[in-house]
Design a binder for this molecule. Sequence first.
Ligand SMILES: N[C@@H](CCC(=O)N[C@@H](CS)C(=O)NCC(=O)O)C(=O)O
Length: 220
Amino acid sequence: MDDRFTVYGSFTSSSSYKPMLFLALARIPYAFKSVNLKIGAQRMPGYLAVNRYGQVPALCHRGLTIVQSNVILDYLARVTGRFDGGSEADRWQAREWLSWEADAIQNIARVRHFSRFRAVDPAIMAHVRPLAEAALDFMDRWLENRAWVVGESCTIADIGCWGRMVFMAEGGMEIARWPNVQAWSRRLAAMPGFALPYDLIPKRDQEMLPHEPTASRQRE
Ligand SMILES: N[C@@H](CCC(=O)N[C@@H](CS)C(=O)NCC(=O)O)C(=O)O
């Protein structure tokens, strides 16, 4: 049984960033396998055998393959005991936020995707952008008097929400417009092991060690 974590992910992927940020903050070494979305590697049989949905990320550990970034965060929190929430109530609330994240913050990823990778009819953007901004407005209000999304310390709720919204500027949403979100992002960035996606996610397979700079830290 392989006790080492393996993460399948992609350089530009916020979904991949989420478990990778968890592992970076937890200072856990793992193997990274690059799935090149540009050439459609996510839809090739070899990778579909790992993730039937044809998406990154995927996590392999102890003979299990876990997919869907928020389920991966849940799994990582359970097996490592890190970022899981300090009480039963916090643990459930963290997972509640991850579910909301998949509904609401996903719109931020969509705006970024349509801005950067795939032009869409302006009517689609006109529908999605207000939903993305509403998610940020909601988080900004929630974080007004809180350091962390749930409880008194960083949990998978913070990692999951931040990890999906991290590319918001690429969708034309400047974080300074949401000052409480910005202050929270700075608290995350101050944590040991923190790195932004383009500094964290390699473009090729790599053994990931705590503190080790990746070989491919240039922006595309
Ligand atoms: N709900 C999934 C979404 C994963 C997802 O959208 N991954 C994107 C990259 S961020 C992907 O693999 N896109 C390639 C494709 O769909 O063909 C999760 O949270 O893991």
